[in-house]
Design a protein around this ligand. Structure first.
Ligand code: NAP
Length: 275
């Protein structure tokens, strides 16, 4: 792993910063992954549902190999199975075999991870012990309780949508912009960093793996340059205090012309809990 790519230990070393690839379109994602690998990323977050894994595989083929300086076993690749693809027969067609180089497949998505966590919380016994829990987390959704729960169980937490997912299709034009939060902007000024770097630093400093998505070369580089400064304990608390309980990635369906949360009546629906 490159010097800036610190790892946290699961069954495999897991770099604390990875590249997100949801919404990174074919035609863009290959170049983004190449820039990321060139910038020192050794963790790429993928999913078949993102519809871009074949192109990510092309980037891996281009960048990895005996003569190319990056060994395929150095790269931590996450993939995720959709809720309807959990039968064993569904796993292989869904797994990213079209990625020519795959190291690790995590087949837990947030819903099922949350179910598993609930089972653990309720009974202390889960059928399969999860290793990594990937959930939405950013300063507006700090996930303090859930992180403590993960730590108690030696479970690594990965923060998805760490910058508030500003390119999600349902973003409201009037909603507050996480990257413009005054407390974060003040720290960015103090450390001569960007707000995105402050947020990623805050997550990594509290031991949370973070997977910002970008298709922009300068941002891809910027987002991993977070290991050359340290936030004071009080500053860590200031970022945590930005929490508003705002969750952006909630699947919805339209019922009677209204957009409502999907699966909200399910007994294991995770988002009725405080975290
Ligand atoms: P995000 O990483 O919070 O935000 C991505 C957006 O921020 C893009 O518009 C990107 O723009 C912009 N951006 C990136 N770096 C920036 C910087 N330094 N300064 C300013 N803007 C910056 O959103 P996300 O894609 O929702 O989440 C990240 C990843 O988490 C996903 O891509 C996916 O891999 C994973 N995820 C998993 C789940 C799940 O259910 N397990 C759900 C959601 C997301 P450009 O690309 O134009 O540079």
């Amino acid at each position: 792993c490159s010097p800036g790519c610190f790892t946290i230990f699961t069954v495999h070393p897991m770099p604390l910063v990875g590249l997100g690839t949801w919404k990174s379109e074919p035609g863009q994602v290959k170049q983004a992954v190449i820039w990321a690998l060139q910038s020192g990323y050794r963790h790429i977050d993928c999913a078949p549902i993102y519809g871009n894994e074949p192109e990510i595989g092309e980037a891996f083929q281009e960048m990895m190999g005996p003569e190319k300086g990056i060994r395929r076993e150095d790269v931590f690749v996450t993939s995720k199975l959709w809720n309807t693809k959990h039968h064993p027969d569904d796993v292989e067609p869904c797994s990213p075999k079209n990625l020519s180089y795959i190291v690790v497949v995590l087949n837990l998505n947030e819903f099922n991870s949350a179910v598993e966590c609930k089972q653990q919380r309720n009974s202390s016994v889960a059928s399969i012990k999860p290793t990594v829990l990937q959930v939405e987390s950013h300063p507006y959704l700090a996930q303090v309780e859930l992180l403590a729960h993960c730590r108690d169980r030696s479970l690594v937490m990965t923060a998805y949508s760490p910058l508030g997912s500003p390119d999600r299709a349902w973003k409201h034009p009037e909603e507050p912009v996480l990257l413009e939060e005054p407390a974060i902007a003040a720290l960015a000024k103090k450390y001569n960093k960007t707000p995105a770097q402050i947020i990623i630093r805050w997550q990594t400093q509290r031991g949370v793996v973070t997977i910002p998505k970008s298709i922009t070369e300068s941002r891809i580089k910027e987002n991993i340059q977070v290991f050359d400064f340290t936030l004071e304990p009080e500053e860590m608390n200031q970022v945590t205090a930005v929490h508003r309980g705002w969750r952006y990635i909630v699947p919805t369906i339209t019922v009677d012309g209204k957009s409502v949360p999907r699966d909200a009546a399910h007994p294991h629906y995770p988002f009725n809990d405080p975290y």
